[in-house]
Each structure stands twice: as structure tokens, then as C-alpha cells.
Write a protein that binds this ligand. Structure first.
Ligand code: 3HC
Length: 697
């Protein structure tokens, strides 16, 4: 008997209903249950067909990811699927919700497939550092041909029912209840004596240029290897007998299972879901947010307003003057027309948002009714304090007052109001309607329901929300400032910005730090450096000023056409700005530094050591609750390669002892910068990992 699979007999059809909420993952118990119920159906006199259908939200979301990295448990999924396909009975899958990975592979092992119109299918294993390992790479090409199959599995995208029908994956699309549809379909097939139709028996598809496709896929995947290995597995489907092709697929699947990329991506998968799961928020009633205000219509404010409008919230945008308000409206319109072009909103939504949901004002009094206000004005404490004084004056009691500051002390901002319990940091990343990260910065006096409401808002806006404590730069910018400093030190000592960018882009970052600085605007870093110098730098700190000279010459990066790079031929065709190296060389000479060569490996090692060390301080001080909070911040806000799992997961996989040794060796020449994080020393001494701290919840 199985408590995961219900067995029911409807005339000549045995119906196997999968009951493994929330998403019918194919755990060992489900696989065993399906195996046993197939046995039962075959032994059940008079049964001629089997219908497999899922209860709840999905057909199957795939293999049970929690079992990965542990010894595989029998029955193995490929064996189960072969067993289903080889059954003498006619086997039908009725699909609804998602059929992903092993879930779609089960369906492909059935002889016929019916689905409701809202069903989606896909082979998203590459997002876990894997490839379809239960026959997907062998069966799908036999149905759809090689190129569509490769497109589906190398992107891991969800395919809608209609497209899946066109690709030959789904035989029939029908509105209605999946169990009833499936039963009627199975009965119809029996009535017309439809034959069993194993995909494994279908002819192999036509070949393509495998080596060229492998190389092109590898190049596109920016260091991630599993998409390219899909090509080799599909090649086996064309060149080998079915059983041999399955073996080849399985071997690649097992090889990928042993990789750090698989471990990193599965860490990212679960962390992405755990990051906004905070025990103290369980059961806390949230304050309703039905209308918001945004102050400051620059790039950031307009992006925040756009994100809110796209989520269906009405927005009142306040700027200083009518002209500034007009400019803000233009920016928002630009963002929204992008969303319209990409099909994210309909023409009607677009019209409604602009005519009804967005209002522009210059008067604070117009914010008296909103439930939450986000301030996105100039990064200056006095300016922010003036804004909060106004908000304190006009906002209704209980309204949430949020600052989008990226560095400033939210405790100090909140102390200027009569309601510090209602004040919180909501730190978006530019462009705010695109970037997924939201740092929710909890100040000393912020009330729990304000935190809970902010997480709820983050979810509504489609963000990955991370809780952060107050410090200079919170989680992300504090760590960024440290690894950027490490990069500046390498430049003083002999590396060029271009060597550093190349090394880090090879490591997997979307962009190297100097290309990122050009994109963000060099004036931002310049302002931070000026502020820090005004506050007083520690005399032991090494200070690099070559970047200031670039700014003084009016080079702010992409927006002025030149920064570290020259963008005359467009953002993608960047070339080094010839003015940069002379500035660096002059500074080295002024410090009496004889430049030395850096290898790409050394650049990555130092940069990552600085990142991990600061991240360990951020966790040790409680600014980030758990290492996974840092990992998600860096992946979703700073272009850290997802397949490496985040800096602290990466550190675990490298070995913390080796990293600490590196830090101590770097400290011999610069003990001030390379002070080892107490948490890192503690973990090494106790032979533990950062991930051990994640497990504590
Ligand atoms: N295994 C184990 N748990 C899973 C799971 C899976 N395949 N898919 C989802 N879950 C869990 C989630 O971790 C989450 O748990 P939590 O509530 O404790 O946080 C819960 O199910 C609900 O998931 P979501 O919060 O993500 O719910 P959504 O409705 O937003 O999304 C989904 C549902 C689209 C199914 C999404 O969860 C998803 O994309 N899952 C992964 C699908 C996937 O990658 N499948 C391939 C697996 S690998 C494979 O099949 C190998 C084979 O080829 C051999």
C-alpha cells in the first residue's frame, strides 16, 4: 500500500492519483508507490489502461531535490519510467499545473499525454546544475526534434501547453478537471484500440553539428557547464541505441551531481525560498498596503514607482518642482513602455496605470492618505532628515515611512520623527523595477509588523527580500566597499582594472567591478569616498585616489561616455579608456610602489578572500542573520554567479581553513585591511562551515 498514490478502478482504467503536497515531488515514497501501483494495475484483472494524475497544484514538480547529494534511493526514477513505459497496459498522463524535470520525464514515459490549457512543462534541471537524468534528453528529441529539445533543456524555461502541443509533447489540450479529462481520454483510446506508443521506440531524430553547438552553448552559459552537457546527452539520443543513450545520459547526470556547480545551485534554490522566512514574523499581522508614495523621481525613485505600479499599487510620486515631476513621469512612462513591449502588461493596463494609478505632486499634503512612503532623494543626511520631518507632519498614523538610503544610518533618520517604530529601510537596486534584490533594513525601534509588512510588499513586487541590520552600507554595499577596496589595492600594487574585470568575469560575475562602477556612475563611489574621508580615515588604511581624478575630469562612466572604459562604440563594445593607466601609474609612483604582475587566479583569490572575510564580519555582527542572507544579497544584487551558490557557500566549498590562511598571509603586508573575521576564525577552529549556521534556522 502507498499513502502517496491513491488507486481507484474505473471500469477498465486504473487511476493512480499522486498525493505528495505541495508540488508532488518524486520522492522515494512516491517512486515506490507508483511502482507498486503499476504492479497492482497490471495484476488487476480487466484493467487495460492506467491514468497517472496529480492531486493539488501540479502533476509533478520533478525529482525530490532534497534527496540530491545523498546516496540515491531505489527505485531510481529512470528505472521507474522505463517500467511505466514497458507496461503492457496503455498508460496515459493527465497534466495540470507544472510538469517539470522528472515530472515531465514521467509523462514522456507514458504512452499518451493530455493537459489542461494552463499546464506548463519544462526541463529546468540546468538551473540546479544538472541535466534531465531520467530519459528527458533521450525522449524529448524523439518527439520535438533536436533543436527545440535543446532549446527547452538548455534554457530550462517553462513551456505553455499550446507550445508543448506544437512541439509534440502534449497530444491533447482540454479544459476541465484533469482526472475527469484523463479518464475520458483513456477510455476513448481504449475504445478505438489505440496502440501503446512508447517514445523510446520512435526513430532517433536527425543530427546537428554537435561540437559547434556544444561550444556555442558553453560560451553562452558564462562558466556554467550543465547546459553544454545537455548537447552531449542529446547527441547520444541520436547516435546510440535508446538503452545506450539512457546510460550515457545517466553517466553525465551522475558526473554533474558531483560538481560544486550542482551544490551551489541547489543551495541557491533553497536559500531563495528560505531567505524571507523569518521565525519572528510567523503569525505577525501585517499593516495593509493599498497605496504608496514615492519621494524623488530620479532613476531610483522612478524605478521603485514602476515596480509598485506593475504590481497593481497606486503611486503618488512627489518631487520638488513641476518640471522635476514631469521628468519623473517621463522616466516612469519609459519603464512602463518597456514592460508593455516585453508583454509584461497589456495595452489596457498600461493606459490605466498612466491615467489612473500614477499621480504626480509637489505637495507633501497629498501623501496624507498613503499607507507607505519610500523616500528616494539625494544621499545626504540633512536632506533625508528634512524629508522625514515633512512625512512625520503629513502621513496618517500607522503609515510606514521607508528610506531607500544605501548607506546612511536609519536609526538617526528615524530619531528625527515622532514615530521611529514606523520607520524602516527599503533598499532597492537600480533599475528598481528590474533588479530582484530588496534589502529590508530593520532599525533599532522598527516594529515587527512594519518588518512583516515590508516582506509582504517585497513579495508583491516580485523581489527577493533580505533582512539587514543597520551599518554603513548594510549587507551588500558594506561587502562591496571592502572587495572594491581589495581591487583598488591590487591596482596600486600592479594589476590593471582590465585584468581584474577579465579575471572576475571569467569567475562568472556578470560584470567585473570596474565595468559595474562605470554602469552605476563613478560619481556614486566618489561621493562615498569623499564622505568617508570627511569622517576621517584610519591612518593605517591605504587610500587610492586615481578614480577621483577620473571624476574630476568629468568621466563618470557610461552616462558620460567614458570611465574606466570608453563607450564611444556602445556599452557592449567597451574598450579601455587610455586616460586611466597614466593616472594609476602616477599614483603608484607617488607612493613609491614598484608594480608587480598578478595572475587571474591571484586576483580572484584576493578579491574573494576580501568578500568572504567582510561577509563573515557582517554575519558575525548580526547585520545579516545567516550566511544564506549574504549569498542571496550578492547573487540577486551584485551579479555573483548563481552556480557558485553565493560567496559563503563558495567559501565552504573551497575550504575555510585555506581562505583563512590566505587572509593571514595577506595580512603580513597590510594587517589593517586583512583583519580576519572572528566568525571565520571560530568556524575554522571548530571545523564547521557557514552552511552549518544556515541550518540553525
Ligand atoms: N523537490 C523538493 N521540493 C520542492 C521541489 C522539488 N522538485 N519543487 C518545489 N519544492 C518545494 C519548495 O522548496 C517549497 O518548499 P517550502 O514551502 O518548504 O519552501 C515548496 O515546494 C513550494 O515551492 P515554491 O515555494 O517554489 O512554490 P511555487 O508555486 O512558487 O513554485 C515550482 C512551484 C514551479 C514547482 C517551483 O518550486 C520549482 O520550480 N521547483 C523546482 C522544479 C525543478 O527544478 N524540477 C526539476 C528537479 S530535478 C529533476 O527532476 C531531475 C530529474 O531529471 C532526474
Amino acid at each position: 500500500m502507498s499513502d502517496k498514490i491513491a488507486y481507484a478502478r474505473h471500469g477498465e482504467v486504473a487511476v493512480l492519483t499522486v498525493q505528495n503536497p505541495p508540488v508532488n515531488a518524486l520522492s522515494q515514497a512516491v517512486r515506490q508507490g507508483l511502482w507498486d501501483m503499476m504492479d497492482r494495475a497490471e495484476a488487476d484483472i480487466g484493467v487495460r489502461a492506467v491514468l497517472i494524475v496529480g492531486e493539488g497544484r501540479a502533476f509533478f514538480a520533478g525529482a525530490d531535490i532534497t534527496e540530491f547529494g545523498k546516496p540515491p534511493l531505489q527505485p531510481h526514477l529512470p528505472d521507474l519510467i522505463n517500467r511505466i513505459e514497458a507496461s503492457p497496459l496503455l498508460v496515459v498522463a493527465s497534466m495540470h499545473g507544472v510538469s517539470l524535470g522528472g515530472g515531465l520525464e514521467v509523462a514522456l514515459g507514458c504512452h499518451y499525454r493530455i493537459a489542461v490549457p494552463s499546464a506548463r512543462v519544462g526541463l529546468p534541471e540546468v538551473h540546479l546544475g544538472l541535466l534531465p537524468g531520467a530519459g528527458g534528453t533521450q525522449r524529448l528529441p524523439r518527439l520535438s526534434g533536436v533543436e527545440p529539445a535543446l532549446e527547452v533543456m538548455t534554457t530550462g524555461r517553462h513551456v505553455g501547453a499550446k507550445e508543448a502541443h506544437d512541439l509534440g509533447i502534449i497530444d491533447v489540450i482540454q479544459e476541465g478537471d484533469p482526472a475527469e479529462n484523463g479518464l475520458a481520454y483513456a477510455q476513448k483510446l481504449l475504445a478505438k484500440d489505440a496502440p501503446r506508443r512508447p517514445v523510446s521506440g520512435m526513430p532517433a531524430p536527425a543530427p546537428i553539428d554537435w561540437d559547434a553547438t556544444f561550444e556555442a552553448t558553453l560560451a553562452r552559459s558564462k562558466g556554467q557547464i550543465s547546459p553544454a552537457w545537455c548537447v552531449r546527452a542529446v547527441q547520444a539520443s541520436v547516435e546510440k541505441l535508446f538503452a545506450e543513450g539512457l546510460k550515457a545520459e545517466r553517466q553525465i547526470f551522475y558526473d554533474l551531481m558531483q560538481t560544486d556547480q550542482r551544490e551551489g545551485m541547489i543551495h541557491a534554490f533553497f536559500s531563495e525560498r528560505q531567505v524571507s522566512n523569518l521565525p519572528e514574523l510567523k503569525g505577525v499581522a501585517t499593516r495593509g498596503v493599498n497605496a504608496i508614495g514615492v519621494i524623488g523621481g530620479g532613476t531610483m525613485g522612478a524605478g521603485i514607482a514602476t515596480a509598485a505600479l506593475l504590481s497593481g499599487l497606486p503611486v503618488t510620486m512627489l518631487d520638488m518642482t513641476a518640471e522635476a515631476g514631469m521628468a519623473a513621469r517621463k522616466r516612469i512612462e519609459g519603464n512602463l513602455s518597456g514592460a508593455l513591449k516585453r508583454g509584461k502588461i497589456s495595452a489596457e493596463d498600461h493606459e490605466n496605470i498612466l491615467t489612473k494609478a500614477l499621480s504626480i505632486t509637489t505637495s507633501y499634503d497629498d501623501l496624507s492618505e498613503v499607507d507607505l512612503v519610500i523616500e528616494a532623494v539625494f544621499e545626504d543626511m540633512d536632506v533625508k532628515k528634512k524629508v522625514f520631518a515633512e512625512l512625520d507632519r503629513v502621513c496618517r498614523p500607522g503609515a510606514i515611512l521607508a528610506s531607500n538610503t544605501s548607506y546612511l544610518d536609519i536609526n538617526e533618520i528615524s530619531a528625527t520623527t515622532k514615530r521611529p517604530k514606523d520607520v524602516i529601510g527599503l533598499h532597492f537596486f537600480s533599475p528598481a523595477h528590474v533588479m530582484k534584490l530588496l534589502e529590508i533594513v530593520v532599525a533599532e525601534k522598527t516594529e515587527l509588523d512594519v518588518v512583516a509588512t515590508s516582506f509582504e510588499l517585497g513579495k508583491r513586487l516580485g523581489k527577493i527580500s533580505v533582512r539587514a541590520g543597520v551599518c554603513d552600507g548594510f549587507i551588500g554595499n558594506r561587502i562591496l566597499s571592502t572587495y572594491r577596496t581589495a581591487a583598488d589595492h591590487m591596482i596600486l600594487d600592479g594589476a590593471s582594472p582590465y585584468e581584474i574585470d577579465t579575471a572576475l568575469e571569467r569567475f562568472g560575475f556578470a560584470m567585473g567591478p570596474f565595468a559595474v562602477a562605470d554602469l552605476a556612475g563613478l560619481d556614486i563611489g566618489w561621493a562615498v569616498r569623499k564622505r568617508k574621508r570627511a569622517e576621517g580615515l584610519d591612518p593605517r588604511a591605504r587610500d587610492a585616489s586615481y578614480a577621483d581624478k577620473l571624476c574630476e575630469a568629468g568621466h563618470f562612466g557610461q552616462k558620460t561616455g567614458k570611465g574606466y572604459y570608453d563607450y564611444a562604440a556602445g556599452a557592449k563594445a567597451r574598450v579601455p579608456n587610455p586616460d586611466v593607466m597614466p593616472l594609476i601609474e602616477a599614483e603608484r609612483a607617488a607612493h613609491g610602489i614598484t608594480p608587480r604582475a598578478f595572475t587571474g587566479d591571484e586576483i580572484v583569490r584576493r578579491y574573494m578572500a576580501a568578500m568572504v572575510n567582510e561577509a563573515a564580519k557582517v554575519v558575525g555582527e548580526g547585520i545579516a542573520r545567516r550566511p544564506l542572507d549574504v549569498d542571496m544579497t550578492l547573487i540577486f544584487g551584485y551579479g555573483f554567479p548563481r552556480y557558485r551558490g553565493g560567496p559563503l557557500k563558495w567559501a565552504d566549498m573551497q575550504g575555510l581553513g585555506g581562505l583563512l590562511d590566505d587572509i593571514k598571509s595577506y595580512a603580513q603586508t597590510d594587517p589593517y585591511f586583512w583583519t580576519a573575521a572572528p566568525l571565520l576564525e571560530q568556524l575554522v577552529a571548530e571545523n564547521r562551515t557557514f552552511d552549518d549556521l544556515n541550518k540553525k534556522g
